[in-house]
Design a protein around this ligand. Structure first.
Ligand SMILES: C[S@@+](CC[C@H](N)C(=O)[O-])C[C@H]1O[C@@H](n2cnc3c(N)ncnc32)[C@H](O)[C@@H]1O
Length: 372
């Protein structure tokens, strides 16, 4: 079991990953969190009223010395983790969560950002900051030193203003940026066609499968159910391609789109409006099905992730299978696609007591399990 106690910039904290699993050997903070907090401390910056962007499990929220601050994250799992860790550390600050479609406060003078993995997401956050902040506002971006190269620093300077990388510390760097007061235009969303299914998809930054159909999605799409009355759930919907196709094939069914990424849920909603143009869809920002009211689905469609951030893990797939079993009606079915080597048939047998092979190629298997 991983040690969950640490000292970040002089503060003793207990930080757990979310969800807390008994076999979790992954840490809930990293050296970039530590570097950001240390920079605040070394430079004696006033963090009151600051905005935290992309705080992974609340290490920044727990470590920041401020009475009041804002936080925005795309990830529901990160948000739930942060809330758990704040209470674990007896912190009850006035934390204002900013949702994906909310404006950020103009009064911000300091922003702490964990470098997102996706550079389109970085651009989009820098652009939104540039449309919000006043000239002179400061932005500290913390990340792994190997990712903070000259091109990245120039990108920050282009999208925000003066950008100066720190020396490396524990294999991380902090880029210190000062806003030049020039608002940058938002990059238009990419749109791309899927002609074989008569769909046009748009992906917000940070959403899986940026500009082409994922090969796993391609493998499962020919086997979606037809002419059922639903409800049908697209679990881990990304841009919503499985639910959209299910909506075409099942015009009387309600389709539920679920993802832990707020940008994914927003993309699915946009794509539904653009492609299906009918009522009957619901959109949920949720960690698996944990925040969905007692839904008894007839079908759940799933192309599960096998990583959480940088960490390869099968705990999300396990959770998706268990939640699916709970949220299917009797006789309801889970249709799932996965890499052959991930052994999903074994997991399905454990959770459902059955698993049938629907299709396979040299890379993927499509499986179905029935709730008895
Ligand atoms: C392999 S992608 C599949 C996307 C889309 N369904 C497709 O087939 O192209 C997996 C999706 O699961 C989402 N995801 C990851 N962890 C999740 C969780 N805990 N709860 C809900 N969705 C999650 C990811 O954001 C991602 O959109």
């Amino acid at each position: 079991m991983m040690n969950q106690d640490t000292i970040l910039a002089g503060q003793a904290l207990t930080l757990k990953r979310y969800p807390i699993t008994s076999n979790c050997n992954l840490q809930a903070w990293d050296a970039a969190d530590h570097h950001l907090l240390k920079t605040l401390q070394d430079q004696q910056l006033d963090a009151d009223g600051a905005l935290l962007l992309n705080d992974a499990f609340g290490a920044l929220a727990c470590g920041i010395q401020a009475e009041r601050f804002y936080s925005h994250t795309d990830s529901k799992v990160a948000q739930l983790g942060c809330i758990k860790n704040l209470s674990l550390n007896g912190r009850d600050p006035e934390l204002n969560w900013l949702a994906i479609d909310e404006p950020w406060p103009e009064s911000l003078e300091l922003v702490l950002m964990k470098l997102p993995r996706n550079l389109n997401q970085l651009d989009s956050q820098l652009q939104k900051l540039s449309q919000t902040l006043r000239a002179g506002a400061r932005l500290l971006i913390g990340g792994k030193a190997k990712l903070i190269n000259r091109a990245l620093v120039e990108r920050c300077a282009r999208q925000f203003g003066q950008a100066t990388p720190s020396l490396a510390w524990k294999n991380t760097r902090v880029i210190e940026c000062v806003f030049d007061g020039q608002p940058r235009a938002t990059t238009p969303l990419r749109q791309w066609p899927v002609p074989e299914y008569d769909l046009t998809l748009s992906n917000m930054p940070n959403v899986f499968a940026g500009n082409s159909l994922d090969i796993g999605a391609r493998a499962i799409l020919p086997y979606l159910p037809e002419d059922c009355d639903g409800p049908i759930v697209d679990l881990g919907c990304g841009n919503g391609v499985l639910g959209l196709r299910a909506g075409q094939l099942n015009p009387n069914a309600d389709i539920h789109f679920v993802d832990e990424s707020a940008a994914a849920v927003q993309s699915a909603e946009l794509n539904w409006q653009e492609n299906l143009k009918r009522n009957g869809a619901q959109f949920h920002w949720s960690d698996c099905l944990s925040e969905i009211a007692p839904l008894q689905a007839q079908w759940i469609l799933c192309n599960p992730p096998f990583h959480q951030g940088d960490a390869i893990t099968d705990h999300i797939a396990w959770q998706m299978l268990k939640d699916s079993h709970r949220h299917l009606c009797k006789g309801g079915q889970l249709l799932l696609v996965g890499n052959r080597h991930l052994g999903y048939h074994v997991k399905l047998k454990r959770v459902f007591g059955n698993s049938e092979l629907v299709a396979s190629d040299n890379k993927f298997v499509v499986l179905v399990a029935t709730k008895n």
